[in-house]
Write a protein that binds this ligand. Structure first.
Ligand code: UDX
Length: 477
């Protein structure tokens, strides 16, 4: 029994933005022979996952499992996501604990008891499952540290009637003028920069209760690993560690742990774009991606296409099959493709980690998903932020106001049309102006700090991850 391995069960929230960092963490854990890892998907995602699964080096022994769930993750939902997301989480909290408990019990009966659960913050019910078996839960936070502090302040935000407001959802003017200046460790921000799922009001009682609950459940986790780095958000890390203890740590950028720069993806990647990038001038390419969930209206898609064409910049654009709600007009799309065939390259999914590291990269027009932001920062690429929802509005605020490494558009995707003129101006500002040069200098400095964080000798994130691993080893019977 003394030689038994520590059995880590990884349960990521079922979406690309959560799977990416969890895989990087699992690769790190698996390097140590003391561990064995079980990976758990919900069954509706499992087939897709297995279809594209090519075990990354070091994870050949990863054991894949699935648990039943009646819901699919909303894909291609409109910008008013809070309702759908709330319903989804409600169903998850009702259905998934039983399936996970059954699986853990089965593994135990097979002689391979689970030693701990690593899961996303938003899967807070995994803490209850861990408690049933008397094993620890570790949170992998796939957003930034500021978001953890915002969630931690949910009780105060509620008390001030700033979130789930009793008087109904704030108007855009109000959301832009109300300043939240009491979230400790975070610089003042506008109400409009708070994650939008907290701003909903009517009919959101169940969702509100879920958010309140998880803001307390975080305290019961053994570790909170945040996929960000200390130098980027030092005051937030200091505050949260003072509240939750030294096991609240910066652990990112996790993708830097793997030199192959490959993501485990749920869709086929088009690597031909890397050959096209080889032919472009250094620092010249504008890369456009809205991550795995965000969608655009047809009108917005056409404004963006018009701006790209007018900018004359070489562009690499990720157009997922479901990116445009109710599809784009084939006639105008084909015309755009024909006119820009010597200017741009379109893919349905890009090898993003290698794209952002390519010497021809100039700027990234992003929906500000945290992985994308951090991958851009750690590669020294300035951004045009165009958030869609969730933590992305908060992230875009940091890009522009705190770190000054990009611009953002005046409305989020779906809030109203952004015209081609504004998009083109944003492109010029980041890629051609003196201010853009300063943004590039700043983000290059952050790139150095990001890499320092993962330095195997001195890096704060790396050392934290090592301490985490040593602690997990003590779970070996
Ligand atoms: C979501 C949220 O937006 C994000 O803020 C949250 O913290 C995690 O979940 P998503 O919207 O998909 O994720 O965006 P993002 O966080 O940027 O993650 C997308 C991942 O897919 C990144 O790791 C990115 O490298 C990868 N990707 C994206 C590709 O590999 N290829 C692509 O073409 C697009």
């Amino acid at each position: 029994m003394a030689s038994r391995k520590v059995h880590v069960l990884a349960f990521p929230a079922p979406a690309q933005g959560h799977i990416s960092p969890m895989i990087h963490l699992c690769k790190f854990i698996a390097q140590d022979p003391s561990f064995t890892i079980s990976w758990v998907n919900i069954d509706s995602l499992h087939d897709e996952f297995v279809k594209h699964w090519v075990a990354p080096a070091g994870l050949e022994a990863l054991r894949l499992h699935s648990i039943p769930f009646s819901w699919k993750l909303p894909r291609g939902v409109d910008a008013n996501v809070a309702g759908n997301v709330g319903d989804w989480f409600t169903a998850a909290a009702r259905e998934l604990p039983g399936g996970l408990e059954d699986l853990i019990r089965k593994l135990g009966e097979e002689g391979d008891p689970v030693s701990c659960i690593v899961s996303d913050y938003i899967c807070d019910w995994t803490q209850d499952v861990a408690d049933v078996f008397g094993i620890p839960r570790i949170i992998l936070w796939s957003g930034n540290a500021a978001w953890t502090s915002l969630e931690y302040h949910i009780p105060e935000l509620l008390e001030k009637d700033h979130i789930f407001p009793s008087r109904g959802k704030a108007s855009p003017d109000e959301a832009n003028s109300v300043i939240i200046d009491y979230v400790r460790g975070v610089k003042p921000l506008r109400l409009a920069d708070v994650p939008d799922y907290l701003l909903a009001s009517e009919g959101q009682e169940v969702w509100k209760e879920i958010c309140i609950k998880r803001s307390f459940v975080v305290k019961r986790a053994r570790w909170v690993l945040v996929n960000s780095f200390y130098d980027l958000e030092a005051p937030t890390f200091d505050f949260m560690a003072s509240e939750l203890g030294p096991r609240f740590i910066p652990a990112g950028p996790l993708f830097l742990l793997d030199d192959s720069r490959k993501n485990v993806v749920l869709r086929p990647e088009n690597e031909d774009c890397l050959g096209w990038m080889d032919e472009q001038n250094p620092g010249s390419v504008l890369y456009i991606s809205f991550g795995s969930v965000a969608v655009l209206s047809v009108e917005q898609f056409e404004e963006l296409a018009g701006a790209l064409e007018a900018s004359k910049k070489p562009f690499l654009w990720v157009i997922r099959p479901e990116l445009v709600v109710s599809g784009h007009s084939n006639e105008s799309y084909n015309g755009f493709c024909e006119r820009t065939k010597n200017q741009g390259f379109i893919v349905s999914w890009a090898p993003q980690l290698r794209v952002l590291a390519h010497p021809s990269m100039g700027a990234f027009l992003t929906h500000c998903g945290w992985n994308s932001v951090q991958e851009s920062v750690a590669n020294g690429i300035p951004m045009l932020g165009w958030p869609y929802g969730g933590d992305q509005t908060t992230n875009s605020k940091f890009i522009v106001e705190d770190w000054k490494i990009g611009v953002r558009f005046c409305k989020t995707v779906g809030q109203g049309l952004i015209g081609r003129g504004e998009i083109e101006d944003g492109i010029k500002k980041v890629m051609d102006s003196d201010e853009g040069k300063k943004m590039k200098e700043r983000v290059e400095n952050l790139k150095i700090l990001a890499r320092k964080a993962m330095d195997k000798e001195l890096g704060k994130s790396f050392r934290g991850l090592q301490a985490f691993l040593e602690d997990l080893k003590s779970l070996k019977e």
